[in-house]
Design a protein around this ligand. Structure first.
Ligand code: PMP
Length: 355
């Protein structure tokens, strides 16, 4: 740390992304990426002509992509915000709507970035414990009268809240904005986008990183009331008006055009998830029922940390979190069927070695 860093940032603990090692080729099941490439339409769209046009700035309005998203999700153009990954939508939400005087709450076990944003901006925040089965207790959020962020399905647990529970939370906090982070919704969750026409205090955030195989392109979006979206635009134009690069804009538009391809991939991933859960259960693991492209699992026969380390030695990366409440678990991204068969074989080896 340099002596120049602002005092208020000296204690900030930054977000730690999952490992992206370059030392050897791993079966990478640690950052919830898609095992499938983008659609042929996306690959064709990012062509030499588009690369040549990189001398020009990108469209700050993101008009074509916004129009396609509005059509796909049954909302108006004014209800859509496009961001550099969904992390940027989350960032702008914390920056625009939360503060010392306008506190925010989120589940104790959830996406680690929420806490980082809250601390970065000096926002008053509270974390709400999960129930003993790791589910969110809807009642904790009813009429809480604070801003609320909920990942639905939640990460890293994989559990989902019903749309009627989300609606009760939103309806009971009309003076605050409820952000529903739907990064994993395409793998079996129920989207709250349909409620955005009815409630002006709901913001739904989604990403192209998981179900649409575009993690490296950095593209996310938010859907909500036009006034909230205008506020997010104001933040964008005050920080980085060209937040989406030209190649990502064309890739995103082509991805919406080939939606069927991606939704079919999601079905494959859900099928492979069922297979993986069944095999892990046979090996004595406890798997939290998942509505996402990952499984959160633990075993009495091997610690979370040991399994993570042994798998890494064998060329399989999963994600282990060291915080005490979840350190028995590993979060395992669903890869291709072949990758998951290999993963199961490697887990068997780890269990044998650990006897
Ligand atoms: N929300 C959740 C719950 C996530 O797990 C992630 C992925 N790390 C994100 C948001 C951010 O994804 P991205 O910025 O790639 O859209």
């Amino acid at each position: 740390m340099s002596k120049f860093l602002n005092d208020n940032l000296k204690g900030l603990e930054a977000y730690t992304p999952g490992e992206q090692p370059r030392d050897k080729k791993y079966i990478k099941l640690n950052t919830n990426e898609s095992p499938y490439p983008p659609s042929p339409e996306v690959i064709a769209a990012v062509n030499a002509e588009e690369v040549a046009d990189l001398r020009l700035y990108s469209d700050p309005l993101c008009k074509t992509l916004k129009e396609k998203l509005a059509m796909r999700y049954g909302v108006s153009y004014e209800n859509v915000f496009v961001s550099n990954g969904s992390d940027e939508s989350l960032n702008f939400y914390f920056m625009a709507f939360c503060s010392k005087e306008s506190p925010v709450v989120f589940p104790e076990i959830s996406y680690g970035f929420y806490k980082v944003f809250a601390e970065l901006y000096g926002i008053s925040y509270e974390t709400i414990p999960l129930k003993s089965d790791f589910s969110i207790d809807t009642e904790d959020y009813i009429g809480i009268n604070k801003n609320i962020v909920i990942a639905n399905p939640n990460a890293p647990t994989g559990l989902t809240l019903s749309l009627s529970d989300i609606e009760r939370i939103v309806a009971s906090n009309p003076e605050n904005i409820v952000l529903i982070d739907e990064a994993y919704v395409d793998f079996g969750g129920e989207s709250a986008v349909t409620l955005t026409n009815k409630y002006d205090n709901l913001l739904v955030v989604q990403t192209f990183s998981k179900s649409r195989s575009l993690a490296g392109a950095r593209l996310g979006f938010a859907i909500g009331n036009a006034e909230i979206i205008a506020d997010l635009e104001k933040i964008k134009y005050s920080t980085n008006p060209y937040n989406i690069n030209r190649l990502t804009l064309v890739a995103g538009a082509a991805a919406i055009d080939s939606d069927n391809y991606f939704m079919e991939n999601c079905k494959c991933i859900m099928k492979t998830r069922e297979y993986t859960e069944k095999e892990l259960t046979k090996l004595g693991f406890y798997c939290i029922p998942s509505c996402t492209n990952f499984i959160f699992a633990k075993s009495d026969k091997i610690s979370g940390r040991t399994l993570y380390e042994k798998l890494k030695d064998k060329g399989v990366l999963v994600r282990h979190f060291s915080s005490p409440k979840i350190c028995d678990f590993n979060r395992i991204t669903i890869g291709t069927q072949f990758e998951m068969e290999t993963f199961i074989e490697k887990v068997k080896e780890c269990l044998n070695e650990n006897k």
